[in-house]
Design a protein around this ligand. Structure first.
Ligand code: SF4
Length: 383
């Protein structure tokens, strides 16, 4: 791969490996999942099906949410990307003469780079301010036009709930149909993210009940439609950001967050970043995975992460996002792997072919893998 992004990624990986040596990744939720569920696997299945169903009907849910939100006396703001979002926020600030803002930086708010932009525009970012807050609700609930809020501390809850002006921003995939859908979903999140039985500081916020007028809610796309368009990949939109997949990833254990140079890191980043950013800029991430499958086993949403990484590789091959030399090698390998006659060639012939295809760095002392003298099919037919 010849992209600059790939070269930077590799050099950042080397620095990270030198610096970090190894990240402590430990994932053990057996006790807590036994305490909470008769069958943790059934809970996973039930919740991931529910989330998938919501994603499959996202168009209907967004329309329903909008209708209910209007009935509650407010209008939803829709933003296709960072630029249109920031433009709208600046307009609102100018109309309401807001100069001071308190921003609670979730991963999505970081992804949108709001703090940086507001600092450039000379806004006072004050973490104690009650004038205006920017906050990401965890979910929007279509049937009631409400939002579900989850707070990290009592102070955060107070600052958000008491703020004179509230701006709520969430990605469009975090929409649920019913209030009842929240319980199991947040329990799985809490167990995997914090190893705690429940999220302790949450509330369901319905504007009408609170007679809230100084509230603006933004539902943002920021590249997620391109995942929604692909039937397989839309499963990635069910991610609840619990980090379980990172905690079991051997590559993440070696390189950590920094080489990703993004708010998305770990296995799910390998799947989604080529779509949220650009394929050429992020395709290398889909090739840094060793396909061990650990992430698939732990993901509470049953997202088939490794299958999606393989699907990405296929897309890059088919769409010619790969360099000519890489495409050529993949083609030759594919030709051999689907052809029994070629697979059954003598071991030394296959070893030579591999040596032609894979350029080894002189400094790598690991010997080249040896092929078995006979394939399983040859052993079987010689019996
Ligand atoms: S992909 Fe699965 S395990 Fe990884 S953060 Fe998302 S929900 Fe959690």
């Amino acid at each position: 791969m010849k992209t600059n992004e790939y070269k930077f990624f590799i050099s950042d990986c080397k620095i990270a490996i030198e610096k970090i040596k190894s990240i402590d990744i430990s994932y053990s939720i057996e006790d807590i999942s036994l305490r909470n569920f008769k069958s943790y696997n059934n809970a996973k299945k039930q919740t991931s099906n529910l989330r998938q169903k919501n994603i499959n009907h996202i168009d209907e849910l967004l329309v329903l949410f909008d209708k209910k939100f209007i009935e509650n006396g407010l209008e939803t703001n829709w933003a296709i990307d960072y630029n249109s979002l920031i433009e709208d926020i600046l307009k609102i600030f100018s109309e309401h003469k807001i100069k001071e803002v308190n921003i609670f930086e979730s991963r999505f708010i970081k992804e949108l780079g709001i703090i940086k932009k507001l600092k450039e525009e000379d806004f006072n970012i004050n973490p104690q301010s009650l004038k205006c807050v920017i906050f990401e609700p965890k979910y929007a609930i279509a049937q009631t036009g409400s939002v579900f809020l989850d707070f990290e501390s009592a102070l955060e809850m107070e600052l958000v709930m008491e703020a004179e002006f509230k701006i709520f921003i969430l990605p469009f995939n975090n929409i649920l149909k019913n209030i009842d859908d929240i319980e199991l979903l947040s329990q799985l999140y809490s167990i995997n993210k914090n190893k705690a039985d429940y999220l302790s500081l949450t509330t369901i916020y319905t504007p009408k009940i609170n007679k809230e007028t100084n509230l603006e809610l933004f539902i943002v796309d920021n590249g997620r439609t391109s995942l929604l368009e692909l039937k397989e990949h839309r499963k990635a939109l069910t991610c609840i950001d619990c980090d379980a997949c990172k905690k079991v990833c051997p590559v993440y254990a070696l390189i950590g967050e920094e080489p990703y140079n993004n708010v998305f890191t770990g296995p799910i980043a390998n799947v989604v970043l080529p779509f949220l950013e650009t394929a050429d800029g992020c395709k290398h991430l889909s090739f840094n995975c060793v396909l061990c499958g650990n992430c698939d086993k732990v993901c509470p949403m049953n997202i088939p992460i490794t299958d999606l990484i393989i699907a990405n590789r296929n897309i890059f091959f088919e769409n010619r996002n790969m360099d000519f030399s890489d495409r050529y090698k993949v083609k030759i390998l594919k030709d051999h792997l689907v052809n029994r006659k070629k697979i059954n060639k003598k071991a030394w012939m296959k070893e030579i072919l591999l040596k032609f295809l894979i350029k080894r760095n002189i400094s790598i002392s690991r010997p080249f893998p040896k092929f078995a003298k006979e394939t399983f099919s040859q052993i079987k037919s010689n019996k």
